[in-house]
Design a protein around this ligand. Structure first.
Ligand code: MSP
Length: 479
């Protein structure tokens, strides 16, 4: 049985789930479900990134331990994903002692290893730099705007200097370029791949991979005065999960790491360099989607315009929320979303097009006493309908294909006017016509499964009844 291992980033436990993290998670869920339909053995991993000074600071503010703080907040992600009907296989938390052991083992391997140029992969040095506590990372002078990082304009950058262990990333330029060019791993979309290649060609700086200044983290196994840099700890989750979750050992390498452009460099360069060093195979695909803005503005806590997926679920229901988020923008591009457009799309695509077509067709099937046609359709056969789109991460394209099919069904009804045919006594023709449309609608309903699992099941169940009756309205009017 083919295996399919897909991951989302592990989300900062300090933050709440929002529409951006929901977007990545829904995309991953759709691919995971789609592969399951085809009979693949799927491992879909998500989780939370829990170490670092930001969590330490937040926990201190509410006078609880960082672990309790993280445990409490990790629940919010689990709840949001449950409310969105996300069928992940495992949820990893980086504070899990099993992950911590794997990370320490990994570091021990890095320590003894050589770079492609034959140098020691790790060395001890002094780091001095401009650190953004919001990002858990150092910045160079020219990356800052008004002495702040672009993601946290309200946070002061601090100058820090400390003893660190360094990873000799400098030595990996040629090796990584070669692997990208040979297709050993693929960065999607091509524009992002070119960006990574362009930046790689400018050369690589070594990377500090430990912190003296951070308490809440995994200890460097050979020097307990240091904790492992939170990004290294976090990246290793993709591998460690395969090692300690039951029955996942042979899922490495991942088929797809799904993420947005903000963290592509970590996933397409740093991660591969450290994997190479310890002799592990590289992930096959790093797929990058764009960023959502809200009414033209960047979504951020400080602007107060963060959309909580729970609010969308309350208004539209889980399935429609999944549909609306995915249909808004092409995978590779940034896109603006607004509640007004969500409401319009709900009305046009879901209530009118899909909802009406289902109730209209089932109504006629009931009225004209049509029996359920013979058919060989299955969810697996119907899922092939979207091969071209979903193999190329064209999620909104896939939804457009399905909407097109529904429009086609409803136009066929309009132009053939089965009610007139029936009056004229052309019962056999009505039977053939509605039988064909029934098959088309069943195909569409199956193909919708990865996107809107509940709705899809309701449609399928009603079409597969021995005695088909008019379906209940699927998408109620918005309040
Ligand atoms: N903890 C790190 C990831 C470590 S992975 C080894 C992190 N976490 S995060 O909570 O900030 O989540 C980042 C991811 O959330 C992005 O890569 C993207 O998948 C998703 N998004 C966050 N905001 C987003 C938008 N506004 N739009 C689309 N996706 C966004 O970085």
């Amino acid at each position: 049985m083919p295996k399919f291992y897909i991951t989302t980033p592990i989300y900062y436990v300090n933050d709440k789930p929002h529409i951006g993290s929901a977007y990545t998670t829904i995309l991953a869920d759709v691919l995971a479900r789609w592969h399951r339909l085809q009979g693949d053995e799927v491992f879909f991993l998500t989780g939370t990134d829990e170490h670092g000074s930001k969590v330490e600071e937040s926990a201190r503010l509410v006078a609880i331990s960082p672990l309790d703080f993280a445990t409490h907040n990790a629940e919010r992600f689990k709840q949001a994903w449950e409310a969105l009907n996300i069928q992940y296989d495992e949820f990893i938390r980086t504070s899990d002692p099993r992950h911590e052991i794997e990370v320490q083992n990994f570091l021990m391997k890095l320590r003894g290893a050589k770079t492609p140029l034959g140098n020691d992969a790790l060395y001890e040095g002094i780091y001095e730099g401009l650190y953004c506590i919001g990002c858990e990372r150092y910045y160079t002078e020219d990356e800052l705007v008004n002495e702040r990082c672009s993601l946290h304009p309200n946070r002061e950058i601090t100058r820090q200097s400390e003893k660190n262990y360094f990873f000799r990333l400098h030595d990996y330029q040629d090796a990584l370029l070669k692997k990208i060019n040979s297709g050993e791993y693929t960065i999607i979309p091509e524009g992002r791949r070119n960006e990574v290649v362009g930046k790689l060609k400018q050369g690589l700086d070594d990377l500090s991979i430990s912190r003296e200044s951070v308490e809440w983290g995994i200890r460097v196994p050979w020097d307990k005065s240091q904790t492992i840099y939170v990004w290294i700890d976090a990246l290793i989750n993709y591998y460690s999960a395969t090692q300690f979750f039951e029955g996942k050992k042979n899922f490495w390498p991942a088929d797809v790491h799904l993420l947005a452009k903000d963290i592509l460099w970590f996933h397409a360069v740093i991660w591969e360099a450290i994997l190479m060093t310890v002799g592990l195979p590289l992930p096959k695909t790093v797929a990058t989607h764009g960023f959502f803005t809200i009414n033209g503005q960047k979504m951020s806590k400080s602007l107060g315009n963060v959309i909580d997926p729970n609010d969308l679920i309350a208004e539209f229901g889980a399935d429609a929320t999944r549909y609306l988020i995915l249909s808004q923008v092409p995978f590779a591009s940034d896109g603006d979303i607004s509640l007004t457009r969500f409401r319009e799309r709900y009305q046009s695509d879901l209530a009118n097009n899909l909802g009406n077509t289902v109730s209209r067709l089932t109504d006629m099937i009931e009225k004209y006493g049509i029996n359920k046609p013979e058919h060989k359709l299955t969810s697996a056969s119907a899922s092939f309908l979207l091969h071209e789109e979903l193999d190329s991460f064209n999620f909104n394209g896939a939804l457009a294909v399905l909407q097109g099919k529904i429009t086609g069904i409803s136009q066929t009804i309009e132009s053939n006017r089965p009610w007139e045919m029936f009056k004229q006594g052309r019962n056999d023709e009505v039977k053939v016509l509605l039988g064909n449309l029934w098959q088309e609608l069943l195909t569409v309903a199956y193909a919708f499964m990865p996107f809107m699992p509940n709705t899809s099941k309701i449609i399928i169940d009603s079409l597969l009844e021995e005695k088909i009756v008019k379906a209940q309205p699927l998408f109620p009017r918005l309040g």
